[in-house]
Design a protein around this ligand. Structure first.
Ligand code: SF4
Length: 631
């Protein structure tokens, strides 16, 4: 008997056989892996050899939510996709918000698992327990906005939410994304290419009824309290008003905005033009939200005749990747690039970063007009972006090379271009510089699915006053020390990195938005998280249990990678990160490579991983109830 507070229902879809089965995960198991890629990995590690080729039919692809997903409170509508990544070759984990996650859960499904490969393009339609694979021939090859229209017309049903791939996923672009609402992306790790390799165009869910929390009355009071906290908090209000791009100019002013393929951190000629406040004052049409969230941080921009509001607006990472990474200071061009990525279903960070890499190759003569189909790939040339993105999505000409991501593209080009790639395990770096935030750099290096900026807390929070709420909240997970500057690397900082990584891993397992439920933001901390579990699910849990859940997910990922052949040798930052900052306010600042490597060794000890391998040991696996993995 399904009880959505304590056990999970899995839709198991075999695309080769066109078979759909239902499985239930019992409560005692589900409590160990209650959603996100923890649940995804629990399913994958039972059935799949981590050595499979990511784009082969043997790879599994899993959409997971959590027991908290879609409850009527801010920051609970998110979905994780777990699969073996074609970009990194590691486990892949990618998350998105929107309304799709809530409606998947409202149909009483906790995971949708795909295995095999369909003979012809299909999509999965879910209306409660009526689940059907449908012919996708009319939508294959179409961009996301067209698919939204056609599917609704064909079904004669407006009330659906759609998570889909665009031509980028169909053409197996290594960093293809999965898009819902035309503007929310499971962006990273190339999960869209895995979907494309299975001839699976979309998941379409009929909208369900609002979900009821365990303790309806008290939950409603709690939810109202969170709304009040949002309205009274200037940082969160600022996030809502200017989006995640609100701080871009400040990063440049400090000298730590990745610019011109990370050759500098200073972008005086363009930061004002592409920052969030400029967006608010010029092309912002309205703010948007995910289901039930009062923060409303999502951007919707419009430039008549050029940028269509259907495709949302750029986040900070997108504005940086197509803006400062490429030396481009035109917000309209950046917004159009964002739109094209959402139409074609490709990750904005990897796409912008790969173009920036190609621009450096071009400027330094390793690529010429002969290689680029005549395009002048110079830093600052915004005119080439639309054509280049379309070429990437369709794998045409130079686009076929860049669709491989910067690491593989450099291997193909040769000529020493490997030193221009800014990636970890093949995944391009997000726009937070390890020179400024060394512990974010540490997590970039050791994170199981490549560089990620949302897998731990950022160093700068430790520069806040001791009596500030974020520092008090960090104290609850054992971090008390504060610092005068963000650059310091010491033992306490490494512990901060590991502990906050475990905490963020809880949020990712429970599919909670970090802007609302993150530990150091001044909104909700561990106390509120426990309250959410108690009133939302009736769980009598503790911070100790939740931290173990977070740590378990990280170890399952590392275990998967170890079985796929990864070791600590793969946990490395690009060489450029250890060079002196060349100019601007950060001139001369340098991340000390020796100290960084010592920090990494200490991290492995804290994590309980092998000194020589950097992989989970038998004892840590057993400690985390993962003894069943040991063969
Ligand atoms: S804070 Fe922003 S991203 Fe997070 S749930 Fe709310 S609207 Fe969505």
């Amino acid at each position: 008997m399904y009880d959505r507070f304590s056990n999970a229902r899995i839709l198991d879809v075999d695309l080769t056989k066109s078979e759909i089965n239902i499985r239930t995960i019992p409560g005692d198991i589900y409590r160990l892996y209650p959603g996100g890629s923890a649940l995804g990995l629990y399913l994958i590690l039972q059935d799949m050899d981590p050595k499979v080729e990511p784009l082969s039919s043997e790879n599994m692809l899993i959409f997971s939510v959590s027991p908290l997903t879609g409850l009527p409170i801010s920051g609970t509508s998110r979905v994780t996709v777990t699969t073996k990544s074609p970009l990194t070759g590691t486990i892949g984990d990618s998350q998105a918000g929107g309304f799709f996650p809530m409606h998947l859960k409202a149909n009483d499904w906790d995971s949708v698992l795909f295995r095999g490969k369909s003979e012809k393009p299909v999509y999965l339609y879910i209306d409660g327990d009526n689940v059907e694979l449908k012919d996708a021939k009319n939508i294959w090859g179409k961009v996301t906005g067209e698919v939204e229209k056609i599917v609704r017309q064909e079904l004669g049903e407006k009330n659906v939410e759609i998570a889909q791939i665009g031509p980028g996923g169909e053409n197996l672009v290594k960093y293809a994304s999965i898009i819902n609402m035309c503007n929310r992306a499971n962006g990273r790790n190339g999960t869209g290419a895995v979907m494309g390799s299975k001839n699976l165009k979309a998941l379409v869910v009929k909208k369900g009824k609002a979900l009821k929390p365990y303790n309806k009355e008290k939950f409603s009071q709690f939810s109202k309290k969170v709304v009040k906290m949002i309205s009274e908090n200037p940082n969160i209000e600022g996030l809502g008003e200017h989006g995640t791009d609100g701080d871009l100019e400040e990063f440049s002013d400090e000298g730590f905005l990745p610019t011109k393929n990370w050759t500098t951190g200073y972008f005086p000629e363009g930061a004002t033009e592409i920052t969030g406040t400029t967006m608010s004052e010029t092309i912002l049409k309205k703010r948007d939200t995910c289901y039930g969230c009062a923060v409303r941080c999502k951007r919707v921009v419009e430039v008549p005749g050029i940028v269509n509001p259907l495709y949302g607006g750029p986040e900070y990472e997108t504005a940086a990747a197509f803006g400062s990474y490429c030396g481009i200071n035109d917000l309209k061009a950046v917004s159009l690039a964002n739109q094209l990525c959402n139409m074609y279903g490709i990750d904005t960070i990897s796409c912008g970063a790969t173009i920036a890499f190609a621009m450096e190759c071009y400027e330094k003569g390793m690529l010429t007009k002969k290689d680029t189909d005549g395009l002048e790939l110079k830093f600052g040339n915004d005119k080439i972006l639309p054509e280049l993105i379309e070429k990437i999505a369709n794998r045409e000409g130079i686009g076929n090379l860049l669709a491989e991501g910067s690491k593989r593209a450099a291997q193909i080009i040769g000529k020493g271009t490997e030193c221009f790639t800014i990636e970890v395990k093949g995944q391009e770096l997000p726009a937070h510089m390890p020179q400024y935030k060394p512990m974010v750099g540490l997590i970039y290096a050791v994170n199981p699915f490549g560089a990620d900026h949302q897998s731990s807390e950022h160093d700068v929070f430790l520069n806040l006053p001791k009596d500030s709420q974020p520092i008090q909240r960090l104290g609850q997970i054992g971090t008390y020390k504060t610092y005068k500057d963000p650059f310091t690397i010491d033992d306490d900082k490494v512990r901060f990195a590991f502990d906050t990584q475990c905490y963020f891993s809880i949020l990712d397992t429970l599919n909670l938005c970090q802007f609302v439920w993150g530990p150091s933001w001044e909104l909700c901390g561990p106390d509120e998280l426990l309250e959410l579990c108690k009133l939302g699910l009736g769980w009598n849990t503790s911070l100790f249990e939740l931290m173990r859940i977070g740590e378990r997910r990280i170890n399952m990922m590392r275990y998967f990678n170890a079985r796929a052949g990864f070791t600590k040798e793969d946990d490395k930052l690009p060489k450029r990160i250890f060079e002196k900052m060349p100019d601007g306010p950060s001139e001369g600042i340098q991340l000390n490579e020796e100290k960084f490597n010592e920090a990494k060794e200490l991290y492995y000890i804290f994590a309980g991983w092998g000194k020589d391998t950097g992989n989970p040991t038998e004892s840590i696996l057993k400690k985390l109830s993962l003894g069943w993995l040991i063969k």
